[in-house]
Write a protein that binds this ligand. Structure first.
Ligand SMILES: Cc1ncc(COP(=O)(O)O)c(C=O)c1O
Length: 290
């Protein structure tokens, strides 16, 4: 559902999102996470007049996310290497703040990156595509009280409907004018985001995700680890090792539950009964495959 001119809905949902996140002033709507992170890189380059991006994690399929002349991609979890790569030619650090490994020291690591960005004049972009609306409404930035310069949201924001965005201060977002997309302001995704924001405001979504995640982790202490909102199989914490979890995932699927070898998300639609039944399936499945 698209119209020739921007609609009020674009503006209204942008205001709702800024209120929910508290720190940004403006929003640019797109349809996918890949677009949002590319837009954030472009805004950072225009705002700083620099070209180099230092990234950690997965941010989308576009060619410009591949390591090359102007992009250094540091393997997930190598925080020292990340800080060393940030220098006075760096436009921005594009960070997937966490993935499948629970890290007790994450807040300090994020502060170190933030500090290094301040020292060098680089911007900090948080890719909250997975963490947003799950760890906290604002994702890891809110969870660890680290305010980025720009942040990207998508996935849970639309609860199944296609919508994503980049957010930031008015000062930085003035460089977003050339982020142009035929379907960026498409209204079904915006209506979905509005409904999601309303539910988060009126219902205990994050608390429920954590509560059910903890219940699951406690019920399967030898098989599951990680963040309560995103449990992972012990030994399958990353894509290089997760393949060995396939027999277990299949055994769980035979018992009626779909999981992912490298980690899965608790959903607000899940009930206590679902979680207990999943825990049972995981423990039985573990017993079957060893
Ligand atoms: C952290 C992160 N950033 C960006 C993306 C890209 O999002 P999309 O698939 O909507 O383009 C993903 C997708 O999995 C992601 O996990």
């Amino acid at each position: 559902v698209t119209f020739s001119l921007p609609t009020r809905l674009e503006d209204e949902v942008a205001q709702d999102l800024c209120e929910a996140l508290t720190w940004p002033e403006q929003v640019r709507w797109v349809k996918t996470g890949s677009e949002a992170t590319v837009a954030a890189m472009m805004i950072a380059r225009r705002a700083t007049g620099r070209t180099k991006i230092v990234s950690m994690g997965y941010h989308g399929w576009h060619e410009c996310h591949q390591p090359g002349t102007w992009l250094v991609n540091v393997p997930m979890g190598q925080w020292e290497t990340l800080c060393e790569a940030i220098d006075c030619t760096t436009a921005a650090v594009l960070l997937e703040p966490t993935r499948n490994v629970w890290d007790h020291d994450l807040e300090q690591k994020l502060e170190d990156v933030r500090g290094r960005c301040h020292q060098t004049g680089a911007l900090l972009i948080m890719d909250e595509m997975v963490t947003g609306f799950r760890w906290a409404v604002g994702g890891i930035s809110e969870y660890h009280r680290i305010t980025p310069d720009l942040a990207c949201y998508g996935k849970a924001l639309g609860n199944g409907y296609p919508i994503a965005c980049v957010v930031g201060s008015r000062h930085l977002m003035q460089h977003a004018v050339s982020v142009s997309s035929t379907f960026g302001g498409e209204c079904i995704g915006l209506a979905a985001a509005r409904a999601v924001l309303e539910v988060y405001q009126t219902e205990p979504v994050i608390g429920t995700l954590r509560h059910f995640g903890l219940r699951l982790l406690k019920a399967c202490p030898e098989t599951l680890t990680g963040w309560p909102v995103h449990p992972v199989f012990v030994g399958g914490e990353d894509y290089t090792t997760s393949a060995r979890m396939i027999p277990l995932v299949r055994a769980i699927a035979r018992r009626g539950h779909l999981t992912h070898p490298s980690g899965f998300n608790i959903m607000y639609a899940h009930t206590g009964k679902d979680v207990d039944s999943l825990a049972h399936a995981i423990n039985e499945g573990r017993g079957e495959v060893g």
